[in-house]
Design a protein around this ligand. Structure first.
Ligand code: ATP
Length: 278
């Protein structure tokens, strides 16, 4: 792990008005499994913020605590606050959170394979009561022309197309903010570039705020203005994109610049612990 930094970078809220603030949350699964311990982060409106860290750090759990999907896995925010546009949303039902403007695109896309592309897209609009769904389908197809051509079952789409469908389905909810969990997972380098291009486009052209969880730290930090690094259920480092890219620990453990010995450790904390031991 990266050890919690004594000198922290400027907090994200200095970069703009936060649309989302997570304040010191604790998350427990099945009433006893404590997974997040005092996690705080903030996402300025209209920006892309990256949440990075190794497997099992608690990144997906953080997203689910924001979107309310924790509930579907017997998880609960037991301490702290999650505030979206000034309103407390911790432990609210997921559909109520979608109505307020947050949509989570889950890891592994979770598209319904035996439904058509359009049926999947309509699922994204399930909380909407307005009559603009047909118009938004056109908007989504303008954004993702390749999906317009795919009239069959979603299960026949390629991995990249399925990721585009998962993001499009989120757009159908007309979100102010999208939580993206590992959008590059399982995609070829070329498709990863394409998906990240789309993420930047959504942010730039539609003004959607994005909280991005990624294993591909290089791509994520390229897209984001600010980043948080999480290990073992805690935020251990945060900073503006340029500060993180320049940070020696981040370079060695997340951007692949470290020596073989250091990289063979699961994380920075275990490496430092061993160094102290020796
Ligand atoms: P990954 O990239 O592997 O998904 P992550 O950083 O997103 O990692 P989480 O999926 O949030 O991490 O998992 C954090 C911890 O919580 C892990 O120890 C995991 O085993 C545990 N966990 C996740 N989901 C549940 C659940 N539904 N019930 C119990 N424990 C869970």
């Amino acid at each position: 792990m990266i050890e919690a930094q004594t000198k922290r970078a400027e907090p994200a809220e200095d970069a703009g008005t936060p649309i989302l603030t997570v304040n010191n949350i604790e998350v427990v699964y099945d009433e006893v499994i404590l997974v997040l311990r005092g996690v705080s982060l903030s996402v300025p409106e209209g920006q892309i913020v990256a949440l990075l860290g190794p497997n099992g750090a608690g990144k997906s759990t953080t997203l689910k605590a924001i979107s309310g999907l924790l509930r579907t896995e017997d998880g609960e925010v037991t301490r702290g606050n999650v505030s979206f546009m000034g309103e407390e949303i911790a432990n609210m039902a997921p559909e109520q959170i979608v109505r307020r403007g947050i949509f989570q695109v889950m890891e592994g896309r979770r598209i319904v394979e035996d439904m058509t592309v359009i049926e999947n897209l309509r699922l994204g609009a399930y909380t909407r009561r307005d009559g603009g769904v047909r118009r938004d389908l056109d908007m989504v197809f303008d954004f993702f022309p390749r999906l317009r051509e795919r009239t069959g079952l979603a299960g026949y789409l390629s991995g990249g197309e399925q990721q585009m469908l998962a993001i499009s389905r989120a757009l159908m909810a007309r979100p102010k903010m999208i939580l993206l969990d590992e959008p590059s997972m399982g995609l070829s380098p070329l498709l990863v570039k394409e998906v990240f291009g789309i993420i930047r486009q959504l942010n730039r052209e539609l003004g959607i705020t994005i909280l991005l969880v990624e294993q591909n730290a290089r791509m994520a930090l390229h897209a984001a203005s600010y980043g948080y690094i999480m290990e073992s259920g805690k935020i251990v480092l945060d900073g503006a994109q340029a500060d993180l890219v320049d940070n020696e620990d981040v370079r060695e453990f997340y951007l692949g610049g470290g020596g073989e010995e250091r990289r063979s450790f699961k994380n920075l904390k275990s490496y430092k612990r061993r160094k102290r031991w020796l």
